[in-house]
Design a protein around this ligand. Structure first.
Ligand SMILES: NC(=O)c1ccc[n+]([C@@H]2O[C@H](COP(=O)([O-])OP(=O)(O)OC[C@H]3O[C@@H](n4cnc5c(N)ncnc54)[C@H](O)[C@@H]3O)[C@@H](O)[C@H]2O)c1
Length: 249
């Protein structure tokens, strides 16, 4: 049986670990050729090598999402290796838990550069190729923190809610140009980033999650799989919350 992403060529950012790596694995299993990209070169190379060992098409490309030149090189790598580019998952992000009064301007700028400007640069860089493919899809990984507030994470909240409207505006602009743009809002997912929290911090978050368990990278990637596949051909500008019910109460 053909995979759900057979014939697709997907560029995934922040794919050396965590949720991005989960995407690379599931997208490759479903038949996509995958450009694994990250600033972590060694780990990213390993992910791509592992996928190739399993018989999938995968290459690694170093890509700092805040660099326009890196984006141009990544699009070039995709088309040079696989002949086209159909799919982008904007997953890379950085975290900062400071509240507005304690946040330094430099740290604000860093978070916005990666989490929001990175998504803008990425969409801008890939859209010509996606449009050319006639059947392109972009999935932007935002966060539950785009719709609920905490008293910290000021820059992160702002960047992730910016991604929501940037996605919708781009979705609307490309409705008749063969590219769909959708957003995923994950809740609490087990990744290297989340493992920087203390046991107490994780336990406090878990108390807020009605299902009482943390999500896995694959829980997010399966949502993206649907949105990136042709099964979602009538879906654009939508938002999929994957949070174990955290946003319900
Ligand atoms: N883990 C969670 O609980 C959670 C919750 C909500 C949303 N998210 C979102 O999911 C996505 C993945 O998060 P994660 O938990 O897997 O994080 P992670 O830190 O484990 O992985 C993020 C990856 O992005 C890469 N990266 C960082 N800066 C980069 C840059 N400038 N250019 C390219 N790559 C860069 C990192 O090297 C890393 O490999 C992020 O967008 C995050 O905001 C995560």
């Amino acid at each position: 049986m053909p995979g759900r992403l057979e014939g697709k060529v997907a560029l995934i950012t922040g794919a050396a670990r965590g949720i991005g790596k989960g995407h690379a694995e599931i997208f490759a299993e479903e038949g996509a050729s995958v450009v694994v990209s990250d600033v972590l070169v060694e780990q990213g190379e390993e992910v791509a090598a592992q996928l190739r060992e399993q018989g999938h098409n995968a290459v690694f490309q170093k890509l700092d999402v805040s660099s326009e030149a890196d984006w141009a090189a990544a699009v070039e790598a995709a088309t040079a290796n696989f002949g086209k580019l159909t799919t982008l998952v904007n997953n890379a992000a950085i975290f900062n838990n400071s509240g507005v009064d304690e946040l330094l301007l430099d740290d604000w700028n860093k978070v916005i550069a990666v989490n929001l400007t990175g998504v803008f640069l990425g969409m801008k860089a890939v859209l010509p190729e996606l449009e050319k493919s006639g059947n392109g899809a972009i999935v932007n990984i935002s966060s539950l923190y785009a719709i609920i507030a905490t008293d910290g994470f000021a820059a992160y909240h702002a960047s992730k809610s910016g991604v929501r409207m940037l996605s919708k505006a781009t979705a609307l602009r490309y409705t008749r140009r063969g590219v769909r743009v959708n957003t995923i809002l994950p809740g609490n997912v087990v990744t290297p980033a989340a493992s920087t929290l203390t046991e107490e911090e994780n336990a406090a978050i878990l108390k807020l999650v009605p299902m009482g368990v943390r999500g896995q990278p694959s829980d997010v990637a399966y949502g993206s799989l649907y949105l990136a596949s042709d099964e979602a051909r009538y879906v654009t500008g939508s938002e999929l919350v994957i949070d174990g019910g955290w946003s319900l109460p």
